[in-house]
Write a protein that binds this ligand. Structure first.
Ligand code: PRX
Length: 652
């Protein structure tokens, strides 16, 4: 339940010029979608997409849940994002880049067109990349990362961007799973004024089992020395100028895969979420227009990394599809000081700013009044994403950054949904702080029980999407069964399986939806999604570890922190200091997954609370981590006495 009864109405001046101006307009759109679902989507697909060939069917449900949208249609996403703007926006900034060290670069739509075409020709002609081939990107936040994504889209290759914070092992797993032919990387980049490296991580990843990879393309960014393997490694900077800046966009079927993006699930290895061409780009563009309400002269900045879905949809594809100016930032908003982001807002006259609650909490903590030093009057819409935002952070964002003038769009969505699903509309929705409010027009999001009955107002239920939508995940790469089981195996409505997000939510008496967080074994650290099973699998590689259970513990800044309970192989093991073991375990995690998955707390315990069938009762472990009293019945445990022993270990 949203804790506050306060309601913040849209700014009237803003509402007048917004695309969706009031709740009547919202209701009309929603009613239209409910009455004529296919007609609604066909209207927008006709209006927004530059089709090479028209589609013949709006929605094909014959192989549910493998839904297909706009079948028979042909388009090219890079054409949608670049070529079609050249007539009217040739010299408009498509990308404004600011480096960690303050270096700046403006890329116009015309320049973007040439750069993407050259990149596409390099991949196609020199490297022999063909339609349907997979290309893995392991890139810093530089314009070449966007060129690489769009170049793949142009020639019909399927990109899979791997976040630069993942380790060599994690990168290797993703390369192998996608059977990538080419890896695109950079020597490295800069963070907090210091160079860091990426190419050596690629080298390590490719040491084993990656025979599929034929070529590695390396963009020079920090100019540090890197090892070079002749015949495999190629320099982008040396090759690119020779390529022609003309490359015809490949006509793609609506349902051809556009990209894969690996994300964590509650079990097993990461899932390669597969997105389509037409449905994805349609919703990316529509949500940019509705949720951020970006206008022709606006400058829009999303602080995400392109390694996550937010970077895909709301730095690259969405803004460019609508012909907007998108800011890309290599650095961190806290360096050299807590004013960095606000200085950039002032410098570029940013109109829409989109970030994660963790960043807001960190910046808030670093200086309540720091934003006052900057002119933030250009801001019109503020966004948050990735995790629940708490009312104090929301208020600071609203008052100190938005000057009490800007709507905050708390956007709920996922890698699998491709774009926003539940969010306020800045010119229409009366906002309750820290509440995602209502589903966007066309999105049938409902909070239900497993059998489809609506959850009672104020009670937590499962957040489900009860009708397919254009930008939804199409499958898990190479594992259609897992796709079906992971998303369509938990809840039904009218006897038909519906998409379950893995999140819990509460609808209040006014119909407002508040997200309560994951109800599966996925934890959300600083807006990054981590599978407990993945972290546990990594920890088990430590030679002394017999058993492990990982849970999330609420954290004031990060939302959740990672808490691991370890059982050692030899109970009498005098491993030395617990701190020493913790350090070693975190080294293993850093090697297997990356620094982002390191545990904040590691406790050695004599055993785990298991049922007689051997299932670990994580709820008990979560309660102990929080320091809560154990209220649930522990008599069904194989050894009820273990709970007190674990508590003693944790309390110390
Ligand atoms: O738990 C929800 C949380 O982030 C999860 C999706 O993570 P990922 O696929 O990495 O995508 C993050 C960026 C879209 C969701 O299942 N989440 C996302 N947005 C919100 C949120 N939790 C609360 N409020 C949000 N606005």
């Amino acid at each position: 339940m949203s804790e506050s009864k306060e309601i913040y109405f849209p700014n009237r001046e803003f509402a007048k010029q917004a695309r969706i101006k009031n709740m009547c307009e919202y209701d009309e759109l929603m009613s239209w979608a409910k009455e004529d679902y296919e007609g609604f989507w066909a209207h927008w697909a006709d209006e927004k997409i530059d089709w090479f060939e028209p589609y013949t069917k709006v929605l094909d449900e014959s192989d549910a849940p493998f839904y297909r949208w706009f079948t028979g249609g042909k388009l090219n996403v890079s054409y949608q994002c670049i070529d079609r703007h050249l007539e009217t926006r040739k010299n408009k900034a498509a990308i404004i880049f600011e480096g960690d060290r303050g270096d700046k670069q403006i890329v116009t739509y015309q320049q973007l067109h040439k750069n993407v075409n050259r990149f596409a020709n390099l991949l196609k002609n020199r490297f022999g990349v063909k339609k349907g081939d997979r290309v893995v990107l392991y890139m810093p936040m530089i314009p070449e990362a966007a060129y690489a994504m769009l170049a793949c889209a142009r020639i019909g290759a399927i990109h899979s961007v791997v976040f630069g914070g993942f380790s060599a092992e994690a990168l290797r797993d993703r390369i192998i799973d996608a059977e990538a032919k080419v890896v695109i990387t950079a020597d490295g980049a800069f963070r907090k004024d210091k160079p860091y490296m990426l190419k050596p991580v690629v080298d390590t990843a490719l040491e084993e089992g990656c025979d599929c990879v034929e070529k590695v393309l390396v963009v020079q960014r920090n100019n540090e020395d890197v090892v070079w393997i002749e015949g495999r490694d190629y320099s982008y900077n040396e090759l690119i100028e020779a390529e022609s800046d003309v490359c015809d966009p490949e006509p793609m079927d609506s349902e051809d895969p556009l990209f894969l993006l690996y994300t964590s699930g509650s079990t097993g290895k990461p899932k390669g979420v597969q997105h389509s061409q037409a449905g994805y780009i349609l919703w990316a563009q529509m949500t940019m227009e509705w949720v951020f309400d970006v206008k022709e002269n606006d400058t829009y900045w999303c602080t995400a990394d392109i390694g996550w879905i937010t970077g895909h949809t709301y730095i690259v594809y969405g803004p460019l599809a609508m012909g907007a100016t998108t800011v890309m930032f290599e650095g961190v908003p806290t360096y050299p000081d807590a004013g960095r982001a606000w200085k950039m807002v002032q410098e570029y006259g940013i109109n829409q700013f989109y970030t994660a609650p963790t960043a807001i909490r960190v910046l808030h903590k670093m200086g309540e009044n720091e934003p006052e030093k900057y002119d933030l009057s250009s801001l019109k819409v503020l966004g948050t994403v990735g995790e629940p935002i708490d009312p104090p952070a929301w208020k600071w964002y609203y008052e100190k950054i938005g000057g009490g003038r800007c709507a905050i769009v708390d956007t709920w969505w996922q890698t699998e949904t491709g774009g926003h699903m539940i969010s306020p509309l800045p010119g229409a929705t009366p906002i309750k702080p820290a509440c995602a409010t209502f589903p966007l027009p066309g999105i049938m999001a409902e909070v239900i029980e497993r059998d489809g009955t609506p959850a009672e107002p104020g009670e937590q239920g499962l957040l489900c999407i009860t009708k397919p939508w254009p930008s939804m995940i199409r499958t898990i790469w190479g594992d259609p069964e897992r796709f079906e089981k992971s998303y369509f195996g938990d809840a039904k409505k009218d006897g038909k399986p519906v998409y379950f997000s893995g999140d819990g939510a509460i609808v209040d008496e006014d119909g407002y939806i508040t997200i309560t967080g994951r109800v599966d074994d996925v934890i959300n650290v600083s807006g990054h999604r981590m599978g407990t099973a993945e972290i546990e699998a990594a920890i088990k590689k430590h030679p002394h570890v017999a058993e492990v259970a990982v849970v999330g513990k609420p954290d004031e800044i990060k939302g959740e922190s990672i808490f691991a309970y370890i059982v050692l192989k030899n109970a009498d093991d005098t491993f030395g200091e617990e701190a020493e073991l913790a350090k070693e375990i975190n080294q293993v995690i850093a090697k297997e997954i990356g620094n982002i998955a390191k545990c904040d707390t590691i406790k050695v315990v004599p055993g785990l609370p298991k049922t007689r069938s051997g299932k670990v009762m994580r709820r008990i472990l979560r309660a102990i981590a929080k320091g809560e009293e154990i209220k649930q019945d522990i008599s069904t445990l194989e050894d009820p006495g273990i709970v007190a022993k674990i508590q003693t270990c944790v309390i110390g």
